[in-house]
Design a binder for this molecule. Sequence first.
Ligand code: URA
Length: 491
Amino acid sequence: MIAANLPRIPTFEDWRAAARNMLAVLAKPEEIVWRTEGESDLFINAPTPNLKPITPAFVPRAFIETAGKAVLHNDPRRFALLYRVLWRLQQNRALLEDAADKDIVQLYALVKAVRRDEHKMHAFVRFKEVVGADGPRYIAWFEPQHHIVEETADFFVRRFTGMRWSIITPDASAHWDGKTLSFGPGGTRADVPAEDARDDDWRAYYESMFNPARLKVAAMKREMPKHYWRNMPETALIPDLIKSASTRTEDMVAATPSTPRKRAGVAHAKITPEDLSTRLEPIAGHAEAPASLEDLRRALQSCRACPLWRDATQAVPGEGVEHEPLLALVGEQPGDQEDLAGHPFVGPAGQVLNRALEAAGIDRGEIFVTNAVKHFKHEPRGKRRLHKRPVTGEVEICRWWVANELKLVRPRLVVALGATALQSLSTHRGTLEAARAQTIKTREGAPLRATVHPSYLLRLPDEDAKVEQFHRFVADLKEAKSAAERMLRAA
Ligand code: URA
């Protein structure tokens, strides 16, 4: 037997160096004992040679990428598995493509588990604020299942660039001071404050997002595995929310008209843009434009200028960077989840939008996102509330709000997502396609580009079309960003 010695938590480079030594002495997989520091073993103090294989090993890029992830798994058998695959690759260069091979199945299972853990860490880290003499710091305690702290750190740097933060886990910690990322040893839960004011926000957010009519406990546990619950303030609510779900659903159904509320067709027909100031005046005391976004948001909640407020939970204002962002995106109207949460684009269309923004290299945290219409228009269908497109009168009335939001926020460039936003923002009366791929103007004269609404992509029946249209959507967003950057440089 021959010992391959590794540090306690080896990086891919540690494993690669050891594997190279093993290949150099033509050690067969079954002859090697893989040991990590701290494990008691006769061989552990044996000097690690630094040998070169006689003939260069065949190490395809796909193996390096896959092994780089798999080595982060906590299964102690991973080192042997990786070496076995590397060894077998020397005889069978197509091994990685053999989806039925037992080693390959295992290898991809490790990679999948690590990716899933990374994804959960992105979503489930909860920071607590600690205020010191040098200002606030944010500290989070997190218990990943695998060794992913270094791998995920860049994500948190991008997401929370402006904050000073630390993420402490049992095996390692990551620290960002606003400029430099560093890593240190692990810690304990006691290193992080137990509670802070943000916890209430998380709980309030979770409660408002929780839709009892859509509750599927098994699916929820798959999405938010119980392992992560103990470090997430909002999860304390889950048992009670589940318990009360059926009663809450019954209440919701009882509160929902069994037939669609009769459309106030006559009232709608009467609404003209000229009516606007008279219609808006009594609702908010804002015949004049609001002086700040805060002012606008407060006033918006009391908007009764059209009947849509009656069936909506709340008005959903825009949010994001409030002072001269590069882009402001304008959607159609809040959907079911936005109506409950009070935030734009947090439901399924929001997820498509987030993915497209990421693919276009646009950070959602650096833009402003809003809607042409501020209340959710819908009709009941069984227990569900189905989206209904707003009519011209409603869009025209709500234009007052979105135009004032944009006036206060002053984005470099506005992007209309879909035909309703385009109709609200511009005087363009051709098709959306005709307005796409060019910079036009809003009614107020600001630069405007148009693209599809993300839910259009969700509705496409054909997978190929979905992919193709997603790419076009991303290209439109990228082009909008470049156009805005050009304007910024020229200013
Ligand atoms: N669709 C929109 O247009 N806006 C939202 O906020 C959500 C879905």
